[in-house]
Design a protein. Structure first.
Length: 331
């Protein structure tokens, strides 16, 4: 069991050297603690042994030294070792490529398209604990918010931090796709998926979306595209000197392009006019063939000082009670 324990502050263990020094000091001092009486003859005291109380009196100093030793060990902060376990789980590799352009603030979804998409995607992440999932965001440019990971709590936190305006506005579909492909191209998983969610038309970026889809096809990556937005117009908030004003803006989604990207990679296109459309694509992903992923699992450190502190308090109380009762010295 001790091989699983290590100390966060091992330098405090040097204080344990005080214990043997104190024990030796007490041993030499004990001969001068009790009074001596000189007698001319000692025959009358032959065969008389020290009482049990006198023989057990050193137990007080033993308890005191034990308390000191336990406190020193507690100061060194013993911790359970991080456990490492290499396991294989069944899952697929997924990159969520999410549009965070200004148009995602339209309120045809409540509270808006971006927040509604984050809510549904977060629930999807929670329901797939064995998948490695990454997050790419794009607007006028793109970047990786989170690489492929099985630590979904970190991924969800990063996803919840997404806001429109983090990068230049626009819709760079090609760049977003290319960044997502770069996250998956080295994956050994049989099933590699990109879920591309957008509400606009490609109008920025250095790479054409079709070219990015061809690269994805080359690496065996399946792309599911989601066009987010109602049919017709949607209310969009504008900041004015008089506060937030709403104006109905025409919903423009390049559906032919999104369908082509999906078809090129054996994926599917979905028009998400509500959250049910997003749920459908996640059900489709569940049907994909799953592959084994090697995962190194770590567990957190556990502090072991508290039980030692409780033990030291108990022993100290026992020492004080014995000193004031059974081993009490009468004046």
């Amino acid at each position: 069991m001790l091989e699983h324990i290590h100390f966060a502050d091992p330098e405090y263990l040097y204080l344990l050297l005080v214990i043997p020094v104190t024990a030796v000091w007490y041993w030499f001092r004990s001969g001068r603690i009790y009074p001596e009486m000189r007698m001319p003859v000692s025959e009358a005291f032959e065969g008389v042994r020290p009482s049990m109380k006198l023989r057990m009196r050193p137990m007080l100093i033993i308890l005191r030294l034990l308390v000191i030793a336990i406190i020193i060990i507690a100061l060194a902060r013993p911790q359970s070792n991080i456990s490492r376990q290499d396991i294989s789980v069944e899952g697929i590799d997924i990159v969520l490529a999410t549009d965070i352009s200004g148009s995602m603030l339209a309120e045809d979804f409540k509270p808006n398209r971006l927040e509604a998409s984050k809510d549904v995607a977060t629930e999807f992440i929670r329901e797939r604990p064995n998948d490695r999932i990454g997050l790419v965001v794009f607007s006028g440019e793109s970047f990786t918010q989170c690489p492929l990971t099985t630590d979904h709590s970190v991924l969800i936190n990063l996803y919840n931090d997404l806001k429109s305006g983090m990068i230049d506005d626009g819709t760079a579909l090609g760049d977003g796709l290319a960044t997502a492909v770069s996250r998956l191209k080295e994956s050994k998983s049989v099933s590699k998926v990109i879920i591309l969610l957008t509400d606009g038309v490609n109008n920025m970026g250095a790479l054409d979306p079709v070219s990015a889809a061809e690269i994805a096809q080359l690496y065996g990556i399946r792309i599911y595209t989601i066009g987010v937005g109602t049919i017709g117009t949607a209310p969009y908030p504008f900041e004015t000197p008089f506060g937030i004003q709403y104006q109905n803006i025409e919903v423009k989604i390049d559906e032919p392009l999104l369908k082509k990207i999906s078809q090129m990679t054996n994926g599917k296109y979905f028009r998400a006019t509500n959250k049910r459309s997003l749920t459908n694509i996640y059900q489709e992903i569940d049907k994909l063939e799953k592959s084994k992923i090697d995962v190194t699992e770590f567990r957190r450190k556990k502090e072991e000082s508290l039980p030692l502190i409780f033990l030291a308090i108990i022993l100290l109380c026992a020492e004080v009670i014995l000193r004031q009762t059974y081993f009490r010295s009468n004046p």
